[in-house]
Design a binder for this molecule. Sequence first.
Ligand code: NAD
Length: 436
Amino acid sequence: MKIAVIGTGYVGLVSGTCFAEWGHDVVCVDKNADKISRINNGQLPIYEPDLDILVARNREADRLSFTCDLASAITNAQVVFIAVGTPSRVGQGDADLSFVYMAAREMAPFLAEGAVVAVKSTVPVGTGDAVEKIIASVCRRGSFSVASNPEFLREGVAIGDFLKPDRVVIGAEDGRARAVMLALYREPLGSTPLVVTDRCTAELIKYAANAFLATKITFINELADLCERVGSNVGELALGIGLDKRIGNSFLNAGPGYGGSCFPKDTLALLRIAQDYGVVLRIVEETIVANEARKRKMALKVVDAVGGDVDGQTIAVLGLTFKPDTDDMREAPAVPLIETLQRYGATVRGYDPVGNENASCVLENVALVDDPYECARDADAVVVVTEWDSIRRIDLSRLRRVMRRPVLVDLRSAFEPGAASAAGFRVSTIGQRPER
Ligand code: NAD
């Protein structure tokens, strides 16, 4: 099939590349000329493991190309994916759909007869209808279809998630959209469930999935607080409940609160959708409140670990991105943690294996260094915020030796129990009594 993907970010770039990997002819379009020229020069604008290999392979096979020229990309496409951003509207919380609507307006004059426009961006209920209306102001109704095809990939393991998803959700209102979308996924995915439904349900499935996962994280984080108080162990508690298949063991790692480009904005957007329809989603509401409070609490944990005052102290933060194996700093828990510590008077240094460049755009007055031991040199405390493998493998004795004081706050249970205290650290963890 001939496919165009509008938006070459984390979702568009991965999706377009994976469709090419399945043998389709794919053109990825972005308004950001710098992004496109970087890709065309063999440099990816995002860090995603193995994506560079797949992009190079499919470009070489002439199945994948990148352009700013929307018209040329759309003209022959049988399927056009919209994969542009849908950020939270500042101060409002609802999804800003201006990029989606602009993409629909811009593509409409060039759409081929019979083309299917598939919305991959995460969008509120009714967005597919609005996109259809925008295109219908230029194209004859019936000459095109609009489908919803929300994306569930996770940054860091995006290629595996796309090529071997748990399920694919297709929301369609007509036979053509259904048939084309099924043809796209059925063959490469074999027995993977394809959930075919109406457009509105498909749109809501994405928000429901993210809100559920955010709630699960928040649940275990609250239980972690209780574990700390009563002296039990949240890791073992998670194991004990997660082995129950009805609960499942994923998303039960207690930590500093969820972040990233999806959970914070999508939980807020779901709340706004529900409010618009006069429905109260109390659990989602409380999840958002609890997660916000948790970010502040993490800074207090650091203050506590150094003896009650960080004023004038140097704190080294290891791991800055919102999770390992991505360079994405959007809503990363490290940001509010660092800002709060700075407000309390601390000097903060940061280290991330790949996220320093993006971190430098969102953090002020933080020295970002390329080496964890340099980051920790003469520090009064080290805080592990993101559990990159390379951080898990740090030589704790060496780390301890370069520091001024032996304080380690491990917000991700990155180290084996007892390893840091054996290396001479005073350790503060999540969901356990402090190791001394
Ligand atoms: P992103 O910000 O990384 O990328 C969006 C891209 O779209 C940018 O490169 C931007 O320049 C481009 N763009 C915007 N308007 C355009 C237009 N009119 N024409 C051409 N290009 C345009 O965003 P992302 O993280 O890839 O997310 C995209 C969507 O997918 C969002 O709705 C998000 O919620 C959803 N989603 C994201 C993830 C994830 O892990 N990042 C996972 C699932 C779903």
